[in-house]
Design a protein around this ligand. Structure first.
Ligand code: ZN
Ligand code: ZN
Length: 487
């Protein structure tokens, strides 16, 4: 229940404040700057007394929980000290070598000792993969679009064994990626990033969105997560943002009856149409608070998308601590805007963070220079957009920090295409698995596939010049084969 106060900070994190950069209250979390109301759930809980903005409330503890879930998924299976409270706790050997001594072997596997607490542990991925042969064949079949049923038949395994293999392959892939990711964070400091957001299974209305962030130019994917948890249960009741399980989505949607797809002509209309859709949400950061059809997954629990997005950008913040300027290109989506602005508020105020919306039509040629530029202030937020047009090709950008002066440069450089292509390729490669009728309401089985695909994309997938994203960034000397991934 609300107490007329902001949701309490968690681990020093307080994300409830005015998110209008030019406002005096930007980033301030003192209740006196806001009107708080909780009697009418259809109205915003927080209104800025200075600028009238109505940022939705967030449960800070819920964001922290989602962040630790994300970290657990990314590095939970890497060899690391597991003594709680130890300085090296949870710091993988692969990326934090300085905390450990090599300490003999256990069978073929490397053993380590923590320098701080003296605990010893074994790196279970340090031996040669005894299942290399079958897993390589399995991956080969999977990447060539064979349905699970057929793969099982060809390899004489049952579906349970298939998914066990998939889990193990995913774990090896995460292990391979951990050290390459660390090099990425060292070497790609100057590079712009991009995010892309789409549904995990385009033919299923199961409510699972998939957010990815990576190198905008070469498409090296650094972070990805989905707003779904396979080992939590959906809450029965709708609860407010102060409740303990505020981040979990109940099966309660404002289903629409007659669907209307409007496909407005021209980029300006498209951008305006998007703002209209956004304002039809009762919570502008939550895509599921407008009339929408959702078939809730039959197992597990949907996470409110804002918790997944804030968690990913908090992770990005931790990882890019040592970076200078941070440029992030985004699709026009206030969920991502709010998450970035909130998480990077200090760097935004120091003008070291540049979130930029990018919208372009299919005719636009990547990296083409801008023609003449029209500036327009759009929507309730008075967002400052720059539009350009070249024949049929059109593109628009909007610096969310309201900086100006470099529009031509941003119009030429800003792009989210590499990340969108990554997601499209995933949908294409694994169409038969993603669209399996039984799979539509069971997204959990796709989780290992996401890790495998990220590894394949970064290390194996070659562009038209035969170069992988990792090679293009100087993180690898040659493309990896599937066997290299699994070794
Ligand atoms: Zn304000
Ligand atoms: Zn330790």
């Amino acid at each position: 229940m609300s107490t007329g106060k902001l949701p309490p900070a968690a681990d020093g994190l307080q994300l409830n404040f005015c998110k209008t950069l030019a406002c005096r209250n930007f980033g301030l979390s003192d209740e006196k700057y806001y009107l708080l109301q909780d009697s009418d759930p259809s109205r915003p809980g927080l209104v800025c007394r200075e600028c009238g903005a109505f940022p939705p409330l967030l449960n800070n503890q819920g964001v922290i929980e989602e962040l630790s879930r994300l970290k657990q998924q990314d590095s939970g299976n890497l060899a690391a000290c597991n003594t709680e409270g130890c300085e090296a706790f949870d710091k993988p050997v692969l990326t934090h070598r300085e905390h450990y001594h090599a300490f003999g072997y256990s069978g073929e596997r490397q053993r380590y000792r923590c320098k701080h607490c003296q605990a010893t542990f074994v790196d279970k991925w340090s031996n040669a993969n005894p299942k290399l042969d079958i897993q390589q064949r399995l991956l080969g079949l999977l990447f060539t679009g064979h349905p699970v049923r057929e793969i099982c038949r060809k390899l004489h395994i049952n579906p349970k064994t298939f998914y066990d293999h998939l889990e193990q392959i995913a774990a090896r892939c995460r292990n391979k990626l951990a050290s390459v990711d660390a090099r990425f964070l060292q070497l790609a400091k100057e590079n712009p990033l991009a995010s892309a957001l789409t549904t995990l299974q385009p033919r299923s209305d199961n409510g699972v969105m998939w957010l990815t962030t990576g190198d905008a130019e070469h498409g090296y994917v650094l972070l990805q997560n989905i707003n779904y948890s396979s080992d939590e249960e959906k809450p029965e009741d709708i609860e407010d943002v102060y409740a303990e399980n505020a981040r979990l989505m109940p099966d309660n949607f404002n289903h629409f009856t007659d669907s209307f797809e409007s496909n407005p002509e021209g980029l300006l209309n498209q951008v305006n149409e998007k703002y209209k859709e956004v304002l039809s949400r009762s919570n502008v950061e939550d895509l599921y608070t407008r009339p929408i059809h959702v078939d809730y997954p039959s197992k597990g629990c949907l996470i409110r998308p804002q918790y997944a997005a804030y968690a990913q950008y908090l992770r990005l913040k931790e990882l890019t601590e040592g970076w200078g300027d941070l440029k992030v290109y985004l699709p026009q989506e206030p969920l991502l805007r709010s998450a970035i602005i909130s998480v990077f508020k200090d760097r935004l105020q120091e003008k070291q963070c540049h979130p930029i919306y990018v919208v372009q039509n299919a005719q636009w040629l990547e990296h083409d220079s801008a023609g003449s530029i029209d500036i327009m202030l759009l929507s309730w937020w008075r967002d400052r957009w720059a539009f350009t047009q070249k024949g049929q090709a059109a593109k628009a950008i909007c610096h969310l920090g309201k900086e100006s002066g470099s529009e031509a440069e941003w119009l030429q450089q800003a792009t989210t295409t590499a990340l969108e292509d990554y997601q499209d390729r995933f949908h294409l490669h694994f169409r038969s698995l993603i669209d399996e009728p039984r799979r539509r309401l069971r997204p959990g089985g796709l989780l290992p596939l996401l890790d495998i695909f990220r590894a394949w994309n970064n290390l194996c997938h070659q562009n038209s010049e035969g170069v992988t994203p990792a090679q293009a960034l100087g993180l690898a000397r040659h493309p990896y084969t599937l066997a290299n991934l699994l070794a």
